[in-house]
Design a protein around this ligand. Sequence first.
Ligand code: SF4
Length: 441
Amino acid sequence: MRVRLHTLGCRLNEAETEAWARQLQARGCPPAGAGEGADLLVVNTCAVTGEALRKSRQLLRRLQRGNPRARLVVTGCAASLPDTDLGAAGIDLLVPNQDKDHLVEIAAAALDLPLMPESATAPAAAALFARHRQRAFVKIQDGCRYQCSFCITTAARGPERSRPLAAICAEVQGLHATGVQEVVLTGVHAAGYGSDHGSSLTDLLAALLEQTSIPRIRLGSVEPWDLPADFWTLFANPRLLPHLHLPLQSGADSVLRRMARRCKGDAYEQLVAQARAAIADFNVTTDIIVGFPGESAAEWQQTLTRCARIGFAQVHIFAYSPRAGTRAATMPDQVPAALKRARSRELHELARQWRAPILANQVGRTWPVLIEGPYAGSDDPPPAGDGAGYTPHYLLTRVRGGADPALLNRIVPVRIDGVSADGSALLATPVETSVGRAAAG
Ligand code: SF4
C-alpha cells in the first residue's frame, strides 16, 4: 500500500503531515514515488483565507480525477470549520483538527487499511528525506486562546493543548538519531506552550537542550506575547538558533486595537531590543498585514516608520483579504484592492532596503550552514553546483560547491564572501576544514 500526502498552509500542517508520513512508513506504508499510483491520499487542508480554501477545493478535485481508485482522507482547517463546503463528493474520510493527531489509527480503523504493526526499526528521518527535506518540523502545541479579529485559525483549531514535553523530546531525539540535524518547533500559539499543563516554552526548550543531542533547534513563528521571563537566557546555548519570526501585523496601535492583538507597538519594539541585547546577531523577521479595514494613510505611515526603526531582515507581506467567519470581514472601511497593492509594493521595496545592510554586515564572517540541497535561485551566473542552506540566524546562503551530494544534510562552516545580485541570499565558500575541503573539491 502506498500513500501520497499533500499539505497546504502553515508549518504546523507540515509538521503534522511529516508525523503521519513517519507513522505510515513505520507501518509498512511508504510514500508513493514520483509518477507512481497511490492507494491512499491524505490531504491536510488550509482555510486561513478564502483563497486558501479555494486552493484546498481545487486540489481535492484534481487528486480525485488523477487517482479515481485511491482512498481519500481529508483533514485540516477546511475540514474543521462549520458550514465549509469542500465541494468534493468522493471523500472517504473527514478527520477534523481535534482528532488529527490520531489520523493514522482513525483511518486504519475506518477504512480497514492493511497496515502492519508499528515497526520500531523504521528510521524516523526516512520519510522526511524521501520528501527531499532536511529540516524536520515538530508540532509542540495546537490551538489558541485569543481572538484576533482577522484570524479563523483559532476557530478551526480550538483551544490550546500542548503535547507532553517527554513526547517532544523523544521525537526530536529519534529524528536526530536517524540523521536529522535541525528541527523547527511549530504551534499555533507556541509561546503558550505548557499553559494547559503547568509547564512553559522555556521548560520545553531547556529539556530539549538537555535531553537531546540535535545540533540545531529552531523556533517557528511565535506571537510576540506570553513569552516566559527567562526565555532569552536559553539562547546562550548556540544549539538554540538566534532567530525568531515575531508577527507584528501593523505598526499602528489603532490598527492593532482593531485587530485585537495583545501586543502594542512599543512593547513589540522593547521585546526586539531585549532579544538583541541578550543575544549577539539575533535576527527578527515578521508578518505585516497590508490594508486592514480602516487603515488610513497616517496609520500606514506609522507602520512603515516603526518597521524601519526595527530594521527587519525579512518581512512577509499579506494584503488583507476578508475571511468569512471573522469579525474583521464585516468591519467598515474595507481598503480598496488598488491601494493594498500600492502599499504592498512600497513595503516590498522598503523591506529590501532594510535587509541589504543586514546581509552586507555578514561579509567576511564565518557561519555554520546546514546544506539542504542545490541552490535554486534565479541569479546570474546560474548557480551550477552551488548548494543552499541557512545560517543559524536564518539568512539564506548560497554555498559554492554545496550541491555535492556528499554535503547534503551536513553542517558546513562557510565564509561569507558577498551578497547575491538580487539581495535575497548570502554568497559563501566552505572554509578550510575537512568538510570545507570536501565541499571545495
Ligand atoms: S494569536 Fe495567532 S492564532 Fe491566535 S487568534 Fe491571534 S493570529 Fe490567530
